[in-house]
Design a protein around this ligand. Sequence first.
Ligand SMILES: [Ca+2]
Length: 96
Amino acid sequence: MVDIEIVNIKKSGKFKKVKQYFWNLFIAVDQLGNALLLGDPDETISSRLGKYVRAGTENKFLIFVAMILDKIDPGHCRASIEEDEGKDAVVKIKVK
Ligand SMILES: [Ca+2]
């Protein structure tokens, strides 16, 4: 006979760990994307985008992408800015 243990994954605390695991992977992929786009490998694309917008970029593509993200999550790019990251970017953000 086979014993089947039914574990309530939410109550066991494993759900929180699984969620954290996928969130960590999402951040890692986001930062890999930023590194591939010549940014700092420790900064998310949203942070970098937020800095470009704050610096007054006139790049229509960047403004468009930021606008889409802000439609999904109001204030997303500015709220995502990591002030302590960006120093290792290959292409740095010019501030006016
Ligand atoms: Ca970081």
